[in-house]
Structures are given as structure tokens and as C-alpha cells.
Design a protein around this ligand. Structure first.
Ligand code: CA
Length: 221
């Protein structure tokens, strides 16, 4: 999952980006409103973390402008805890709201919930035949046994599982799983998919030649 964090306090931006990467997200960053708006318009992020008080263009304006074009899930971050701010955020089209200073575990839980809702996934567990993904723990179990996937392998499998029944192109996987700092050449998706199949089940991820990959909506048990 690829996130955009728009925050003008450099230390907070750095620590947020680092914590999110450690939790397996690809993270792009922006330090002001115009840069954040530009990036959010250019790419289909899985979620955007948007600070309210930003230089040049504030978070409300970024959100309002983005909403005329896209329904990307947006979590507003603000230092203020005024009810009118929350109402304004939700009225402008924010999907959720978090008041600074916030607990990182709460932020992660809200991001996971936001992404689940946006993909129509209500349950944090996804079952694919004998394979179960726990999106809270980022853990995979097959036939009752835990299977260790690398962070990248998990991210690919989770993205395909959240979009099960759809063919997902390699380009889409690159856009959602690698951030602006990644060297994509050293991260060949095919190699990861080969490894996931080997660890879990050969037929779990189907290759659609010339189109991409697909996890069946209801695979055989
Ligand atoms: Ca700020």
C-alpha cells in the first residue's frame, strides 16, 4: 500500500514516514500544500495523511480541490481539537480525523480501517481457501501453520487479496507498493510472486499473460 504524507514539520514528517515504512507501507512525502496536492492528483494513493495547517495552501483547500477530482481516502491531521474543525473536515470530504499529538498505533489502526473501507473489505481477515491473511498483524497462515513472508511479499499478496477477483497489472503493483525513493529495478515483482507461490500454494496467484496477476475471489479449498 502506498501512502502520501503531507506535513510541514520536517521532524514529524521524517518520523511518520519512517514508522509507516517500518510497517510495510510505501511512503511518499510532501512538505507543503501545493506539493501535496500535485502528488495526490498525479498518483492513486491508497490513503493520504493530510496536515491541516500547511504553508501556501492549507489542508482544507488541498482536500477540497482533490475531492473535485478523486475519492482517495484522506485522514486529516490537526493540532486542534475543536468540534467545528472535525465537522469542517468531514464536510469537506475527509474520511477520518486524528488530533495531534496522536498515538502511532492508533494512526496505523485508522489507516488500515480506511484502506479496508475503500476496498469494501469489512473484515481484517481475508480468507483465500486454506490461506488466511491477518491485515492487522500482517501475518499469513496456511492450513493452520504460520508462513513467513518478507515485507514485500506480504504487501504484494495483501494488495492482490484486497482486489481479489480483479486482474492487477504489474504497473499497478509498482505504483501501489513502491514509493518515490525505491529502486524498482532491484525489486522485480515476478520474483516475489514466484516466492509467494512457493511458500503458500502454486495456484494462489494466477498470471494473466500480458495483463498481470489475479487472486481468485473464491479459490478452491
Ligand atoms: Ca502543520
Amino acid at each position: 500500500m502506498r501512502l502520501l504524507v503531507v506535513e510541514d514539520e520536517p521532524r514529524l514528517l521524517r518520523s511518520l514516514a519512517q514508522a509507516l515504512r517500518e510497517n510495510g507501507y510505501a511512503v511518499d512525502t510532501a512538505e507543503n500544500g501545493p506539493e501535496g496536492l500535485y502528488k495526490a492528483q498525479q498518483l492513486d494513493y491508497d490513503a493520504v495523511l493530510l496536515d491541516v495547517m500547511l504553508p501556501q495552501i492549507d489542508g482544507w483547500t488541498v482536500l477540497g480541490t482533490l475531492r473535485r477530482q478523486k475519492s482517495t481516502p484522506v485522514l486529516m491531521l490537526t493540532a486542534r481539537d475543536a468540534a467545528c474543525d472535525r465537522v469542517r473536515g468531514l464536510d469537506t470530504g475527509a474520511d477520518d480525523y486524528l488530533v495531534k499529538p496522536f498515538d502511532l498505533s492508533e494512526l496505523f489502526a485508522r489507516i488500515r480501517a480506511l484502506i479496508r473501507r475503500s476496498t469494501g473489505q469489512v473484515n481484517p481477515r481475508i480468507t483465500l481457501g486454506d490461506v488466511t491473511l491477518d491485515t492487522r498483524a500482517r501475518a499469513v497462515v496456511r492450513a493452520g501453520q504460520p508462513v513467513a513472508l518478507t515485507a514485500r511479499e506480504y504487501a504484494i499478496l495483501e494488495f492482490l487479496a484486497l482486489h481479489r477477483g480483479e486482474v492487477v497489472s504489474r504497473r499497478t503493483l509498482y505504483e501501489h507498493l513502491f514509493d518515490e525513493n525505491d529502486d524498482t529495478l532491484s525489486n522485480l515483482i515476478d520474483v516475489h510472486v514466484f516466492s509467494i507461490r512457493k511458500k503458500l500454494r502454486p495456484g494462489l496467484i494466477a498470471t494473466r499473460r500480458g495483463q498481470g496477476y489475479c487472486v481468485e475471489a473464491e479459490p478452491p479449498a
